[in-house]
Ligand binder design. Structure first.
Ligand SMILES: Cc1cc2nc3c(=O)[nH]c(=O)nc-3n(C[C@H](O)[C@H](O)[C@H](O)COP(=O)(O)OP(=O)(O)OC[C@H]3O[C@@H](n4cnc5c(N)ncnc54)[C@H](O)[C@@H]3O)c2cc1C
Length: 392
């Protein structure tokens, strides 16, 4: 359990959903995998609103009550005027208990044969001539090197591993969503709904959200485009939102973080290394959802990596399959979503208001009705926005 083994087929840096899925997929193909996590606990701290689409989860796991806080049957989208659009769909999403969910994924990797080392931080890559030959790491003050032919960089939005490999991971400020979130008590959220609030005054270049956790608690947060945070922080925007909406709430936890709402990096693999999840900017550029996409990318990288190791060829050419499979699974769709995001960012609050008013005449609106109304009135982008949020 506390092995000091220092030779593996694959080292996965980062124990989030991307890393755990990569370790799981590789280990179940008989690959000798080490997954390291710098924090003392997998899944903690939770920097997430914890929403995920049901079909993404079911692709990999059967749902279990201990990692589901709420089942989501609908999405409500509020225009700046307060007019709302709502659509429902049975089995749309979950609000997870992520600290338990992340552990479940790490556990799956371990059960498949991967070794998991917590409190272990990668500090550099080891090279043999031009080839990546291992990872330098520190476990509770002990510095050492683990040799391996293949590294998976799943070390999140602040990734350094890909940069060590010479990959350009820079992100434009306009593609970085700066976020603050509280877990609030005493809010009585609508348990079956995820709610989103748009508007330049509320969250310029982003949105505010309320994701229910229980009958009294909710993740209430805000994401603001990095360009707008120079003069007013995401925390200041969120405090205003909470003061207006939940003046009697009690904060139980606070997180700040950023989300890369960009394209996938141009380079997500090189000789002996693949980049996965937030580290590779594999996130829905409109909703900022990255749990499911990190899992999808991790599974592909683990599978492609396992096949490459088995053939003894971890070259860039061999690993190119990762990009191909990723683009097919989500990357091509992500490009389209990014274009929609660009268009939305140009819309004025008044356009959102007018469209929401026009579509929101009914008490409840189904996705089908949204589309039929859209065909009649061509209200354009707001329809796309609703669809993207529904996929969290
Ligand atoms: C406020 C907020 C709300 C969000 N809400 C949602 C949501 O509702 N739904 C959704 O789908 N997405 C959401 N996201 C995004 C989501 O959290 C991420 O996209 C997702 O966690 C990405 O998974 P990952 O495995 O790529 O990275 P992470 O989950 O960030 O995991 C990376 C891991 O690598 C570890 N690590 C980093 N460096 C090292 C190192 N040198 N050595 C060892 N370990 C290292 C980190 O400690 C971390 O555990 C939200 C993000 C934020 C900030």
């Amino acid at each position: 359990m506390f092995s000091t083994k220092d030779v593996f087929d694959m080292v996965v840096v980062g124990g989030g959903p991307g890393g755990a899925m990569a370790a799981w997929a590789a280990a179940e193909r008989g690959i000798d995998v080490l997954m390291i996590e710098k924090d003392r606990e997998i899944g903690v701290p939770v920097r997430c609103a914890e929403g995920i689409a049901v079909d993404t989860v079911h692709r990999f796991l059967d749902p279990a009550p201990h990692w589901i806080s709420a089942k989501i049957e609908g999405v409500r989208l509020y225009a700046p005027s307060g007019a709302s659009l709502e659509f429902t769909q049975e089995g749309m999403g979950y609000v997870l208990e992520r600290r338990v969910f992340d552990r479940e994924l790490a556990n799956r990797a371990a059960k498949a044969g991967a070794e998991v080392r917590i409190s272990t931080c990668a500090t550099g890559l080891v090279r043999d001539a031009d080839r990546i030959a291992g990872v330098r790491m520190v476990t509770r003050g002990r510095e050492y090197t683990v040799q391996c032919p293949l590294v998976i960089a799943a070390d999140g939005v602040e990734s350094r591993v890909a940069r060590w490999a010479g990959i350009n991971t820079l992100i434009a400020l306009r593609d970085l969503e700066v976020t603050t979130q509280y877990l609030l008590d005493n809010v009585r959220p609508d348990k079956g709904y995820c709610e989103f609030f748009l508007g330049q005054q509320i969250a310029p270049g982003g949105y505010a959200w309320i994701f229910p956790k229980s009958s009294d608690t909710a993740n209430v947060g805000i994401g603001v485009c990095g360009r707008y945070t120079r003069h007013k922080s995401s925390t200041a925007y969120l405090h205003e939102f909470i003061e207006r909406r939940f003046p009697d709430s009690t904060p139980l936890a606070m997180v700040v973080g950023s989300v890369p709402v960009a394209h996938t990096l141009d380079e997500i693999f090189t000789d002996g290394l693949m980049v996965v999840g937030d580290a590779a900017h594999q996130v829905n550029p409109i909703s900022g959802g990255g749990i499911g996409t990190a899992m999808i990318a991790g599974e592909i990288a683990g599978r492609v990596g396992a096949e490459a190791i088995k053939t003894g060829d971890v070259s860039k050419k061999r690993l190119a399959q990762y990009r191909k499979d990723w683009d097919e699974a989500y990357g091509n769709h992500q490009r389209r979503v990014y274009r929609v995001k660009e268009a939305i960012n140009k819309l004025k609050d008044a356009t959102f208001d007018a469209t929401a008013e026009r579509l929101g005449q009914k008490d409840r609106i189904t996705l089908r009705e949204v589309f039929l109304t859209a065909l009649r009135h061509q209200p354009g982008m707001l329809i796309e926005v609703v669809r993207m949020f529904a996929r969290i």
